[in-house]
Design a protein around this ligand. Structure first.
Ligand SMILES: [Fe+2]
Length: 226
């Protein structure tokens, strides 16, 4: 049906209604679709709000990029990297949780250490996600999606005793290290040297170092008398 012509009498009311629909954050107005409603006033800088669209790439797929890597290699790397990415996002969240909930005589030292480790894990999150995008894939981002993918067990919502918090972090590290070692070997066989480099030089090396710093806090050593 052709768009109805505005008359001098109806035009101001229609404009006012259209403006109010676009600017109100509570508006449930549908996206304008008719050519008439898409016409902007000259000089208007009003953003088009409340837009929705279709997915342009499904999770679990890879686009074709000219990277001298096969489809299978890129697909495999993206799958494995998404697993490591989900687990690393959970490890980051665990570090922050335990940084906040820390207590006891070693509070200050562990409070600072866990925050440092959290910051380093957050850098890895971005690195892994952007490697997935570089390979043409889709990085897992939404925390609810992350929760579906991760293999790291959910902690209690409350606070645990300090050694249990540290053990939980160590186990999360080992889960990621097992996954990263296995992936590193296979992606190298498939020719994806860039992903191998990230897995070995960044994920494994950082994880091993952080695990050492945590593990030393679980050694029952005398402080005063030998
Ligand atoms: Fe903090």
């Amino acid at each position: 049906m052709a768009p109805r012509k505005s008359t001098a009498a109806t035009r101001p009311a229609a404009r006012s209604a259209s403006r109010s629909a676009r600017t109100s954050s509570r508006s449930t107005a549908k996206k304008p679709t008719s050519p008439a409603s898409r016409t902007r006033r000259p000089g208007s800088s009003q953003p088009w709000l409340h837009q929705r669209g279709v997915q342009v790439q499904e999770f679990g797929t890879v686009r074709q990029f000219p990277l001298a890597l096969s489809y299978d290699a890129r697909m495999y790397s993206c799958e494995r990297l998404n697993q490591v990415l989900a687990d690393t996002q959970i490890l980051y969240a665990l570090y922050k949780k335990h940084h906040w909930l820390m207590r006891g005589p070693t509070f200050y030292q562990l409070h600072l250490l866990l925050d440092k480790h959290a910051g380093e894990q957050l850098e890895l999150v971005d690195l892994i996600a952007e490697r997935i995008q570089t390979l043409g894939g889709v990085a897992v981002g939404d925390p609810r999606h992350v929760a579906e993918i991760t293999s790291i067990p959910r902690p209690p919502d409350g606070a645990e005793e300090v050694p249990a918090m540290l053990s939980r972090l160590l186990e999360a590290h080992e889960t990621i290290l097992i996954s990263a070692h296995a992936a590193a070997a296979t992606v190298m066989e498939m020719g994806d040297d860039g992903t191998n480099d990230i897995l070995v030089s960044e994920i494994i090396r950082t994880g091993e170092l952080q695990a050492w710093f945590l593990a030393e806090h679980l050694v029952d050593t005398p402080l005063v008398h030998a």
